[in-house]
Design a protein. Structure first.
Ligand SMILES: Cc1cc2nc3c(=O)[nH]c(=O)nc-3n(C[C@H](O)[C@H](O)[C@H](O)COP(=O)(O)O)c2cc1C
Length: 234
């Protein structure tokens, strides 16, 4: 269900419809995704634009026993006292406005939709732990980038990741990108053939979304175009 500003678009193209119907899904069916579908998504996503065509991305795609081994190791690491740190900083501390307010709003909408109160630390922790299992999606992806590269190449990786999400959506698959998993880079390194120069940027859950959740899920509010765009000469 798109918001009012999206509904005001006169005629949405098929690509635009896919873009607005994508959302971060954290609830999946236990239904496997065929290899041909995964390879089609990867074939498509590699057409992402990239500065000077350097194509700096790497992605590890796991399912079945390989995913189970990986998630068992992540959960074991997650249960250890003291949490490891990601090899990069996703947000500054403190997060400036308006971003801090948006993050708070996300938390209250998301946990509210699950009936989890703000002070219910145990339920929040249980929901957070579901990240470790790629939210029980049948496919878990891990994205890495060569640590010798600069911010520009991270832009390229973001475009590749977005292409994966949209290609997946166009095939009826949902996704949830997961920076949370970056902290378990040592686990990924032990379970997957990462080269020393590879830095774990994020994970991603992928699979067929639970239709019941899709019906009652909250829509994350999106800033109106007036808040971020400035149009001139029209
Ligand atoms: C790079 C990136 C990292 C994210 N990391 C996480 C994460 O670790 N855990 C999680 O539950 N959601 C994660 N998300 C999902 C966001 O919370 C979600 O995209 C955001 O709230 C907007 O909601 P929407 O995608 O449904 O529009 C991530 C999204 C992106 C793009």
């Amino acid at each position: 269900m798109p918001d009012a500003q999206t509904e005001s678009i006169p005629e949405m193209t098929e690509v635009e419809q896919i873009m607005v119907s994508r959302f971060a899904n954290r609830f999946y069916l236990n239904r496997e995704v065929e290899l041909e579908v995964i390879t089609a998504i990867l074939h498509t996503a590699r057409h992402a634009g990239t500065g000077a065509n350097v194509q700096p991305w790497k992605v590890y795609v796991t399912t079945g026993a390989a995913k189970a081994t990986l998630t068992d190791a992540i959960i074991a690491a997650h249960k250890q006292p003291g949490q490891p740190s990601s090899e990069y900083s996703y947000f500054p501390d403190p997060l400036p406005e308006p971003y801090a307010s948006r993050r708070r709003e996300f938390g209250s909408i998301f946990y509210g939709s699950l009936g989890i109160a703000h002070d219910d630390v145990a339920s929040r922790a249980a929901q957070t732990e579901r990240n470790c299992r790629f939210f029980d999606a049948p496919v878990g992806l891990v994205f890495t980038i060569d640590r010798r590269l600069e911010k520009g190449s991270w832009l390229d990786l973001g475009m590749f990741i977005q292409n994966i999400m949209l290609a997946a959506k166009s095939r009826g698959l949902d996704t949830c990108t997961q920076e949370f998993l970056a902290r378990y880079h040592a686990v990924f390194r032990s379970c997957l053939p990462l080269a020393t120069e590879e830095l774990v940027v994020c994970g991603m859950a992928m699979g067929f979304g639970d239709p019941q959740w899709a019906r009652r899920r909250p829509q994350m509010p999106k800033a109106s175009i007036e808040e971020f765009a400035s149009l001139h000469g029209f």
